[in-house]
Design a protein around this ligand. Structure first.
Ligand SMILES: *[C@@H]1O[C@H](CO)[C@@H](O)[C@H](O)[C@H]1NC(C)=O
Ligand SMILES: *[C@@H]1O[C@H](CO)[C@@H](O)[C@H](O)[C@H]1NC(C)=O
Ligand SMILES: *[C@@H]1O[C@H](CO)[C@@H](O)[C@H](O)[C@H]1NC(C)=O
Ligand SMILES: *[C@@H]1O[C@H](CO)[C@@H](O)[C@H](O)[C@H]1NC(C)=O
Ligand SMILES: *[C@@H]1O[C@H](CO)[C@@H](O)[C@H](O)[C@H]1NC(C)=O
Ligand SMILES: *[C@@H]1O[C@H](CO)[C@@H](O)[C@H](O)[C@H]1NC(C)=O
Ligand SMILES: *[C@@H]1O[C@H](CO)[C@@H](O)[C@H](O)[C@H]1NC(C)=O
Ligand SMILES: *[C@@H]1O[C@H](CO)[C@@H](O)[C@H](O)[C@H]1NC(C)=O
Ligand SMILES: *[C@@H]1O[C@H](CO)[C@@H](O)[C@H](O)[C@H]1NC(C)=O
Ligand SMILES: *[C@@H]1O[C@H](CO)[C@@H](O)[C@H](O)[C@H]1NC(C)=O
Ligand SMILES: *[C@@H]1O[C@H](CO)[C@@H](O)[C@H](O)[C@H]1NC(C)=O
Ligand SMILES: *[C@@H]1O[C@H](CO)[C@@H](O)[C@H](O)[C@H]1NC(C)=O
Length: 828
């Protein structure tokens, strides 16, 4: 880099430019002030409005270019600031501060001024260690820092020349985000917010007014392209779409832009461009009769003085803008008035080379003060930040500074990064990227009287605070906030289905039941949780009610009472049977087997208790296990009993061997035991492979969760088969014995009981197919209980009745009489 600079230096400075440079240090020029230390300044008082083709090398002559009043005002502000500091007794006491300012009118071709700033004694030398015993300061640059330049492109082209020697470059207008990268721009600081912040304010406005379909017109340069990049990045996760964007330059086809915007039905146009582009755009909008739009201005033109007063501006719609807050700088107008009355204009010779000329007699003080006040505070704070840094570098006290210290720009830079001082009530600080940590934005509205009226603000520090006073804005003709969208908002409970590439263009589809949609993701219906439900087109889910039969339920109480009654009745009957143990009724009922049956029935009734309350794994197991197991025993008893009634005599006659075997090995008990063991084995396998588990029934009713037990039918099919098989056997045997004598009517009552049993479970199964509500538990318990009662009431109860109230029927003689009658009728 050093060699490169050397080369450039000899090329430009020592060549043809050397001579004019020395010539133009005219005393009394507005562009120069002598001082112990100098601050460089770069202001585009004029601006090259169109690129010019040169056939031979030529320096740009700024004074003949397009004049920019706002920038001239900023230039005056720098002069004022330096003078104010020079006059001040607190800041840099007894040190005089001067400046060297250049008109920087071209974005890319303004090197003479820059070389002047970085050269010492007409030479640009790469940085070398200062000699130790230095007595003479003449080889140290007096320029300790540079204020400017304004635009990002200008800053980008010249920044490397200042970065190499770490000369602080404090820009008051270059807002492109790449200057925040300190690795590339180590000595670059700025007193203007980076584009990201302006875009943040603009996006906040879009969100505030619900504008989602916008055009972004930007200047076709580093500043504008960076703005576009920031904007597209910022709106990525918002509802805002950018259907149209284009760069504005020297040869923009405005009619075509507006034709596109009209065709896309865009009502909100963001114009992110400096004064020159913005003025051209708005003027052509007026000319082309563009109407009813909302224009969003960035801080480059929101405080424009000329456009709001333009004839026909009211037709183009509403102009809102993000602006720098207008800070009135005390003493500035006095300075301008007194400067006008002085006469250094007349001394200024028109100099065609060095760009330090402005014919100030063409402007009055009023005209200067009426210029766009944007960036004033930026310039003011930039100069003050440099002065404070110098103040600290020189270790200044209350009334003197240490003049022995040789000040190099990098020292000033180090102090600037630590800046912490108060200026016009604002606390001036820089963040680690050299971006300002102060300063809000104002939101302005161009009102009917042609002024930019402040209607809101956006504060970044200490915390984000955004406010717009809507009542201050007068919207177009009907006074309503204009809308800008591709598709209007979906009705509540509808999901968007994107059409094409823009997320703003969509059709609306209602969300089906069981799903909901809210503002966090308007494109997808989200499923409700299992514990929730919703109707069609919902924006939220309702909690499902959890249902089960508590012990306090009236049905539960009745059924539990029923099962207690069953137990009590069983015990009572057992006692009664025990008392009448040797009577024929008891013997015909099965004798000892009766106690087994009654005991099993009581044990079965255990199951009933577990149908109520919240299901748990154990209660689910206990719902079925005791019932199936002991009911198997009961059924086996009845099978044996009916077998004995019907077949035992025939067996004795036809198969005497089998009969004796049966009698010898207590065949009845054997069969009962086999049935019990088989069932116990099957249940054991079933519970090991697929134990019943609590289960939340969510399908049957969408508003409720029904707590029930999940029993795998496959696992329990073996047990069920045993039960059905026993039933079947029992039914066959008892049916065969339906014609037996009356005292042997056990067979009949068993048949009847079985019919009842089958009927009960058929009814239950039918209901369960149709109804899965909570009362299915009650019904299930009822079915169990009725299975138990059917035996108790139709098998045991008649026998108890005979024992208690018809003892004459409970005698041997009565039984024999009946049997004889029976044999008679059979033999007839
Ligand atoms: C600086 O002081 C001079 C003389 O005292 C005065 O004329 C001038 O207005 C002052 N300038 C500022 C900016 O205060
Ligand atoms: C301001 O600077 C000028 C030129 O260097 C000097 O003559 C003058 O005394 C300074 N004013 C103050 C108040 O220090
Ligand atoms: C100091 O500067 C003077 C004049 O500019 C020069 O003659 C002298 O040689 C310098 N001294 C040193 C030590 O550089
Ligand atoms: C704009 O409107 C004016 C008057 O209404 C009309 O004279 C002019 O031709 C229009 N211009 C365009 C480009 O439509
Ligand atoms: C400055 O402008 C005035 C008025 O326009 C003119 O008379 C004068 O000659 C100009 N001076 C120079 C040096 O161009
Ligand atoms: C500055 O240097 C001079 C001579 O070298 C010395 O007399 C004086 O004390 C120094 N001042 C300070 C503040 O160091
Ligand atoms: C800045 O200065 C103020 C008062 O002058 C002080 O309270 C504050 O701590 C300083 N902040 C930093 C970061 O140095
Ligand atoms: C600074 O703030 C104080 C009180 O907060 C106020 O009185 C004063 O007017 C403010 N000064 C400026 C220049 O805003
Ligand atoms: C426009 O704004 C200015 C500045 O805020 C204000 O003085 C003026 O009254 C406003 N005009 C209208 C018509 O509201
Ligand atoms: C908003 O502006 C209206 C009219 O200009 C004013 O009356 C009102 O007080 C303002 N509201 C707020 C919150 O500043
Ligand atoms: C919910 O949707 C299902 C299937 O889409 C339908 O069968 C059911 O009837 C719906 N329920 C209600 C309450 O709309
Ligand atoms: C939208 O739903 C999600 C997921 O349930 C939830 O986290 C979020 O808070 C909801 N947002 C609103 C605004 O209701």
């Amino acid at each position: 880099m050093g060699c490169m600079l050397h080369f450039l230096t000899s090329l430009f400075l020592l060549g043809s430019l050397r001579h004019p440079l020395t010539q133009c240090t005219v005393q009394g020029s507005e562009f120069q002030l002598e001082g112990d230390y100098l601050i460089g300044g770069l202001f585009d008082i004029h601006h090259v409005s169109a690129p010019v083709y040169h056939g031979r090398p030529e320096t740009t002559e700024c004074s003949s270019q397009h004049f920019l009043l706002p920038n001239y005002r900023r230039f005056q502000l720098m002069r004022f600031s330096v003078e104010e500091i020079n006059n001040s007794t607190n800041l840099l006491p007894k040190i005089s501060l001067g400046f060297e300012i250049f008109d920087h009118c071209s974005d890319t071709q303004n090197y003479p001024g820059i070389f002047n700033l970085i050269s010492v004694n007409g030479l640009i030398q790469p940085w070398n260690e200062p000699q130790k015993q230095q007595t003479n300061n003449t080889d140290v640059s007096k320029v300790i820092a540079v204020v400017g330049p304004f635009t990002s492109t200008q800053a980008l082209t010249i920044a490397p020349l200042f970065m190499t020697d770490l000369i602080p470059m404090v820009s008051y207008g270059s807002s492109s985000s790449f200057f925040s990268r300190k690795a590339k721009f180590p000595s670059f600081l700025r007193t203007v917010h980076p584009n990201k912040d302006v875009i943040e304010v603009i996006v906040s406005m879009m969100v505030h007014f619900h504008w989602r379909w916008v055009a972004f017109l930007h200047s076709d340069n580093d500043f504008g392209n960076d703005g576009l990049e920031m904007f597209t990045r910022r709106i990525k996760d918002t509802e805002i779409c950018l259907p149209y964007t284009t760069g504005l330059g020297y040869s923009t086809n405005y009619p075509q832009i507006f034709k596109h915007i009209e065709a896309l039905r865009i009502n909100v146009i963001i114009v992110f461009a400096p004064k020159i582009n913005a003025e051209a755009l708005i003027m052509s909008a007026i000319q082309l009769n563009v109407t009813q739009k909302v224009w969003i201005a960035d801080d480059g033109w929101s405080l424009n003085k000329r456009l709001p007063k333009e004839k026909g501006i009211e037709n183009i719609g509403t102009v809102l803008g993000v602006s720098q807050p207008v800070v009135s700088i005390p003493g500035f107008s006095d300075f301008i008035y007194s400067a006008r009355s002085q006469t250094h204009c007349k001394n200024a010779e028109k100099n065609t080379f060095c760009n330090q000329f402005f014919n100030c007699s063409i402007l009055s003080a009023e005209e200067i003060l009426a210029g766009d006040p944007s960036f004033s505070f930026s310039v003011y704070s930039a100069v003050h930040a440099i002065a404070h840094a110098l103040h600290n570098t020189l270790q200044c006290g209350a009334d003197h500074c240490n003049r022995n210290i040789t000040v190099y720009p990098y020292m000033v830079l180090a102090e600037m990064k630590k800046s912490n001082f108060t200026l016009l009530n604002q606390s001036i600080k820089f963040d680690e990227n050299g971006d300002p940590k102060y300063g809000p934005f104002s939101i302005v509205f161009w009102n009917n009287s042609g002024d930019a009226e402040e209607i809101g603000f956006y504060h970044f520090h200490p915390s984000v605070n955004f406010f717009i006073n809507n009542t201050k804005i007068k919207w177009g003709k009907n006074g309503e906030v204009p809308s800008s969208f591709c598709t209007p908002e979906c009705p509540k409970g509808h999901a968007r289905k994107q059409n094409g590439i823009h997320k703003c263009c969509f059709t609306c589809e209602i969300c089906p039941n069981g799903t909901f949609i809210n503002t966090t993701d308007p494109y997808n219906c989200m499923n409700c949780k299992d514990t929730e439900w919703s109707t069609e087109g919902s924006t939220s889910c309702n909690l499902r009610s959890v249902e089960y039969i508590p012990f306090t339920d009236i049905g539960a109480i009745l059924i539990i009472a029923g099962s207690w009654a069953l137990v009590v009745l069983s015990i009572a009957m057992s006692v009664l049977f025990a008392i009448n143990y040797n009577t024929p009724v008891v013997r015909s009922a099965g004798g000892p087997m009766c106690f087994l049956i009654l005991g099993c029935l009581s044990l079965c009734s255990l199951s009933v208790f577990f149908y109520f309350g919240k299901p748990t794994t154990s209660s689910c197991i206990l719902r079925s296990l005791p019932f199936i197991l002991f009911y198997t025993v009961c059924l086996a008893c009845f099978v044996v009993r009916s077998f004995q009634i019907v077949c035992i005599f025939k067996m004795a006659a036809k198969f005497p061997k089998l009969y004796s075997w049966w009698m010898k090995y207590q065949g009845q008990w054997l069969i009962i035991t086999v049935a019990f063991v088989t069932q116990a084995f099957l249940l054991g396998i079933a519970h090991l492979s697929a134990p019943p588990k609590p289960y939340n029934e969510t399908v049957w009713s969408q508003e409720k969760i029904i707590l029930s037990c999940d029993t795998k039918f496959e696992a329990f099919s073996g047990s069920a088969f045993v039960l059905v098989f026993l039933c079947f056997l029992c039914f066959i045997f008892s049916y065969m014995g339906k014609n037996l004598p009356k005292n042997y009517n056990e067979a009949k009552s068993i048949t009847f009981c079985l019919l009842l049993l089958i009927l009960t479970w058929i009814i239950f199964a039918t209901v369960q197919v149709l109804y899965k509500g909570k009362y299915i538990q009650t019904l299930n318990a009822l079915a169990v209980l009725s299975s138990l009662y059917s035996f108790l009431l139709w098998y045991f109860f008649p026998k108890c009745y005979i024992m208690m109230f018809q003892p004459h029927k409970n005698t041997q003689q009565y039984f024999q009489g009946l049997i004889q009658n029976y044999t008679k009728t059979i033999s007839q």
